[in-house]
Design a protein around this ligand. Structure first.
Ligand code: ADP
Ligand code: F6P
Length: 319
């Protein structure tokens, strides 16, 4: 394999730059010409493809987001768009492609592989940690650090005023970020889409905690379970609490990647190139027992990542 392309697609996440840098530098080390494709599948269709040098990736590992930029492309979902993308890969003589992104982006990568025979390797990038086949995706660790330090700050002011804070965190339909943050920042309750909850029992628990001498309450709401504003209204009305709402929003997706996300991106990037070189296509690089292992994209996409039940128990015991 002489020419490899790389793109980042869908929602960005910290650590993407580390993975791009690693793919580029591994390619150069192996005598392969790397090509950066701007703005995901959109740039592939629009032929925004340029050869990359080692210098192009200098000073990028510490930066959040993706310097190749990311996009969502409706056109790529059409056969016409896919054929244009394919023609552009051929035009540049690109023989292998590394796709970094979430479920949607990996679906696009799998389609290029199964329908058109393009050698592809995926790297899981999404703060949601909802991708099957990897214990952690790129960006999760950084996002959690941001969420936890934000909750720590809210905790300070909440304690001074005996307030009940409802804090909404991202995660799309997955409660992982909320659950993990509940355990590691401390929360009286966590509401996630995977688990049925009883508003009344959460309110009773908060009342009990106040009676026991707690000076504040934190309730984490995963965005997939509903709006913290709606929960806040109900808590104030039924529980009579002095409630405040914080929606952490997109700050969870930014920031300099943690050491963990830098090494994860660097490892996954190098192994992605090695798999392409070895003719092992149609796979995603996954983190399993601290090793980077390939998982067929078909399997990744046809399975739902199970909820970590140990975290559920921890959240309950610690609250
Ligand atoms: P993420 O990768 O973060 O899950 P999206 O779900 O928005 O983000 O997907 C990113 C892009 O991947 C889409 O804009 C589209 O170009 C491509 N994609 C998603 N689903 C498909 C699909 N079923 N077929 C082809 N391409 C897809
Ligand atoms: O998938 C990552 C994510 O940040 C989700 O947690 C969130 O629901 C979504 O993307 C937000 O997407 P956008 O940036 O398009 O508003």
């Amino acid at each position: 394999m002489k020419r490899i392309g790389i793109l980042t697609s869908g929602g960005d996440c910290p650590g993407m730059n580390a993975a791009i840098r690693s793919v580029v530098r591994t390619c150069l080390y192996e005598g392969i010409v790397p090509f950066g494709i701007e703005s995901g599948y959109k740039g592939l269709i629009e032929d925004k493809i340029t050869q990359m040098t080692s210098k192009d990736v200098a000073n990028t590992i510490q930066r959040g987001g993706t310097f190749l930029r990311s996009a969502r492309s409706m056109e790529f979902k059409t056969e016409e768009g896919q054929k244009t993308a394919l023609a552009n890969l051929e035009k540049h003589g690109i023989e292998g492609l590394v796709v970094i992104g979430g479920d949607g982006s990996l679906t696009g990568a799998n389609l290029l592989y199964t329908k058109y025979g393009v050698p592809v390797v995926g790297i899981p990038g999404s703060i949601d940690n909802d991708i099957y086949g990897t214990e952690l995706s790129l960006g999760v660790d950084t996002a959690l650090n941001t969420i936890v330090s934000s909750i720590d700050m809210i905790n300070d002011t909440a304690s001074s005023h005996d307030r009940t804070f409802l804090i909404e965190v991202m995660g799309r339909n997955c409660g992982y970020l909320a659950l993990m943050a509940a355990v590691t920042a401390g929360a009286e309750a966590v509401i996630i889409p995977e688990i049925k909850y009883s508003l009344e029992s959460i309110i009773d628990k908060i009342k009990r905690r106040y009676q026991e001498g707690k000076t504040r309450s934190i309730v984490l709401v995963a965005e997939g379970a509903g709006s913290a504003y709606d929960f806040g209204k109900a808590f104030a009305l039924i529980g009579g609490f002095d409630t405040r709402i914080t929606v952490l929003g997109h700050l969870q997706r930014g920031g300099s990647p943690t050491h963990f996300d830098r090494i994860l991106g660097t490892r996954m990037g190098m192994y992605a190139v090695k798999h392409l070189q070895d003719g092992k296509y149609g796979v995603m690089m996954g983190l399993c027992n601290n090793a980077i292992v390939p998982m067929p994209l078909e399997e990744v996409l046809s399975n739902k990542k199970p909820l970590n039940t140990e975290l559920l128990i921890l959240a309950d015991v610690m609250s």
